[in-house]
Design a protein around this ligand. Structure first.
Ligand code: LMR
Length: 342
């Protein structure tokens, strides 16, 4: 359920809204009788793993701080869309976000796109070995340069592709236009498949597909299902070609200025929330894929070993093409931690 306590700005009318928030920086309450408010904005529905985790954070934070903190969760782009939310965080117009890693290069550097390299992770455990080790922590620290504190990573899962034609082999992508998140690596991924890439906010994807302005898209099953993309596409391929996950980030000044005991409590709560988020992500995606299939509205294709080998071959050049943007040292460190052969 949407726990927002303020009436949210209508997401369809939010474009350009940053001018208004720029003049309204956050302040901690002057008196300790007033709760500290954390506005937490994200772009997916409350019934996804991230949506549920955000609400879990709210619940735990409010109870464990004895009401000294109030968390307002704004899901499904109700407050800000993708790009706007990052700027709003930096300006201090809100305090907490959980963007996908694909959207962090603008504030943390191109190395964040290492997570977008095709077929880099064999399993969720491999991804987690990276984010929970020194490579992940090193990446989060890079956000500080832009006034952002990275608190933790949250899992989601492996992406699928959808389109209005079967996508069995790389040749099937030729000439189509796909929505991708704002990541140079994802744009390169579509180009090597002979397709065009179009960067658009998640909230607009269903409409763009329905109007035929886009031919296809990639995302995790939970986002396909909850954004109802399976209702406007005829074919889905369980390609598992890339992994979608998040970093939970806060405005660094806000975080530093929190009373020490509150900050420590919130760090503990975030740790607990991360365990919860990571424990449900895989099952949420399995369930969404089942529900997409049960809807009978879309044909689901699983890649045969031969097809998978073709996809891997076709997408292999992406890593080379991104060498100037994602440092080879980071790629090597991620591969090592994930146990992915070089
Ligand atoms: C997307 O834009 O497709 C994803 O980043 C959405 C999300 O946050 O899962």
């Amino acid at each position: 359920m949407n726990q927002a306590v303020k009436p949210p700005i209508n997401r369809r009318h939010v474009v350009g809204g940053l001018a208004a928030v720029a003049a309204a920086p956050w302040v901690l309450p002057a008196s300790s009788a007033q709760p500290i408010v954390i506005q937490f904005s994200h772009v997916v529905t409350p019934d996804t793993a991230k949506g549920k985790a955000a609400l879990r954070f709210k619940q735990l934070a409010e109870v464990q701080t004895g009401g000294r903190v109030r968390v307002e969760v704004y899901p499904d782009s109700t407050l800000y869309k993708d790009r706007e939310e990052m700027e709003a965080l930096r300006l201090g117009a809100l305090q907490m976000l959980a963007p996908s890693l694909s959207k962090l290069a603008g504030v943390g550097g191109g190395d964040f796109e290492v997570f977008d390299l095709p077929f880099l992770f064999a399993s969720q455990a491999a991804f987690r070995a990276v984010t929970q080790g020194p490579v992940g922590q090193g990446l989060l620290q890079r956000l500080e340069l832009n006034g952002i504190r990275g608190l933790t990573f949250w899992d989601n899962g492996f992406k699928v592709f959808t389109a209005n034609r079967p996508l069995r082999t790389p040749a099937d992508f030729r000439g189509l236009r796909f929505r991708v998140q704002a990541s140079r690596t994802l744009v390169a991924q579509m180009k090597v498949l002979g397709a065009a890439a179009s960067v658009s906010p998640l909230i607009q994807v269903e409409e763009l597909l329905r109007k035929g302005e886009l031919d296809g898209q990639e995302n995790v099953p939970t986002n396909v299902f909850t954004q109802r993309l399976h209702e406007v596409q005829s074919h889905l391929t369980v390609s598992r070609h890339g992994y979608l996950a998040y970093a939970v980030i806060v405005n660094a000044t806000f975080w530093q200025r929190l009373p020490e005991d509150i900050r420590r409590t919130l760090e503990r709560v975030m740790h607990e929330t991360t365990q919860y988020a990571n424990s449900i992500a895989e099952a949420e995606n399995e369930s969404a894929l089942r529900r997409i299939s049960d809807s009978g509205r879309i044909t689901i294709h699983h890649l045969s070993p031969g097809e998978l080998a073709q996809w891997r071959r076709a997408l292999a050049p992406v890593a080379d093409q991104m060498r100037e943007w994602i440092s080879p040292a980071t790629v090597a460190a991620v591969r090592r931690a994930a146990g992915t052969p070089a």
